[in-house]
Design a protein around this ligand. Structure first.
Ligand code: MEV
Length: 432
């Protein structure tokens, strides 16, 4: 099915109408959609089987980011996030990127790293040589431990001994995880080869575990946005473009700013990671370690002006899966995967990274123009209205009023709510 992710006016519909439209456009039975994400996607009974000491479940909004086009193909990106304006901003920025031909993405093979640590190795140079000499045997041993993965076309691709000094030798095994995130597979491999590694290298056994710095599993995304697509109230597209570039340069020089820059990127990226049941702690750990690889924490995505356009370049390690993991037990995660309809873990990583890039662009554009608070507060006002007790249509009315007053606080929302209810009580009853 050829997807079209341009759904104009989607945001203006009610939740019911959005469900109908999404189900039809995605070819998903609306009853299945509602059953999966209508109520959080996870029963308490099921939750109790997943982790320990469960006393309940905890829902988050499940939304769809639109306009995402990658390598000429449209995607609807599921997003689970509690922060107002992230979904709208990503969809809006993806629309700007679309005007320049969409995101261009490519990714490495899904290679994860297993680490086997040895301490007290007497002759680490000899140990490394011995491990290298037995590479074929170690690869085969690792593969024997994950026959299912080998059958699916994955498996151990190679090894690399690393001498970390002071008698510490660490063996890396590179494992192609295909469409799995791979943590269990990689840990299985690490444990399966460990005894033989010890025999070959000597010393004392240490840890056997994956590395979340999956720098052999990176995604690269670029985009080119025509300046006119960036124009905002009162600022030309060229001015906004240059503002985004200045913001990027700031992040490139200052780790304090780079951290917030990357946080804005992870707003969108993590939301897709969570919506598809993936491990966002692993993704976060890998992303920030990679951002600091030069010794100075840097932005994962940088922006420049080129031939009049704004050009973005992102590179990030990303370990995502489309099989296994929570998608087997969490109906919402399974639905997230159906919605995004990625044909592989690699494609899912491209979608998540592109949505991250869109979030980064949206944040920098807002910061370079009117500032972040105006748009943010308009949406935040809704949560504040709910916190003040507004329900149904009153949520929008109260939010609108406190935003117009420029006082987005729970106190102001309570006052607005009581004014609204007293004016509706004193209104004449509708005529029969
Ligand atoms: C807020 O969640 C994210 C931003 O702070 C990102 C940024 O400053 O680039 C707006």
């Amino acid at each position: 099915m050829t997807r079209n992710s341009r759904w104009p006016g989607f945001y203006k519909l009610s939740v019911e109408e959005r469900r109908r439209m999404a189900a039809e456009a995605l070819g998903i039975d609306i009853r299945e959609l509602i059953a999966a994400v209508g109520d959080g996607g996870l029963t308490c009974e099921r939750a109790d089987k997943i982790i320990e000491n469960v006393v309940g479940t905890f829902s988050m909004p499940f939304a769809l980011a639109l306009n995402v086009q990658i390598n000429g193909q449209d995607f609807i990106a599921p997003m689970v996030v509690e922060e107002p304006s992230v979904v709208a901003a990503a969809s809006n920025a993806a629309k700007m990127v679309r005007e320049g031909g969409g995101f261009k993405a490519e990714a490495d093979e899904p290679i994860m790293i297993a680490q086997v640590q040895l301490d007290d190795v007497v002759d680490s140079v000899r140990a490394c040589t011995r491990l290298r000499q037995h590479a074929g045997e170690l690869v085969a041993l690792g593969n024997d431990a994950v026959p299912g993965l080998v059958q699916r076309g994955g498996g151990v691709r190679g090894i690399e001994p690393r001498d970390l000094g002071d008698g510490m030798v660490v063996l890396h095994l590179y494992v192609d995880c295909r469409d799995a995130m791979g943590a269990n597979l990689v840990n299985t491999v690490a444990e399966a080869v460990a005894d033989r590694v010890l025999e070959l290298a000597g010393g004392r056994m240490g840890l056997r575990i994956l590395s979340n710095l999956c720098d052999r599993r990176k995604v690269r995304v670029t985009c080119r946005v025509p300046a006119h697509a960036l124009a905002s109230d009162g600022q030309s597209g060229e001015e906004v473009r240059d503002g985004v570039v200045r913001a990027s340069r700031f992040a490139e020089r200052d780790p304090y700013r780079a951290t917030t820059h990357n946080k804005g990127l992870m707003n969108g990226l993590d939301a897709v990671v969570i919506a598809t049941g993936n491990d966002w702690r692993a993704v976060e750990a890998g992303a920030h370690a990679y951002a600091a690889r030069s010794g100075s924490y840097s932005p994962l995505c940088v922006w420049r002006a080129d031939k009049g356009d704004l050009v973005g370049v992102l590179e990030i390690p990303l370990s995502l899966g489309t099989v296994g993991g929570p998608s087997r037990v969490h109906a919402g995660a399974a639905m997230g995967l159906r919605v995004v309809d990625a044909c592989s873990a690699i494609e899912l990583a491209m979608v998540a990274a592109s949505v991250g890039m869109a979030s980064n662009l949206a944040a920098l554009r807002a910061l370079a123009t009117e500032g972040i608070q105006r748009g943010h507060m308009a949406l935040h006002a809704r949560s504040v209205a709910i916190a003040a007790g507004a329900v149904g249509n009153d949520v929008e009315r109260v939010a609108h009023r406190i935003h117009a007053l420029g006082n987005v606080s729970v106190d102001a929302a309570r006052r607005a709510l009581s004014e609204l209810s007293s004016s509706s009580h004193s209104a004449p009853p509708p005529s029969e």
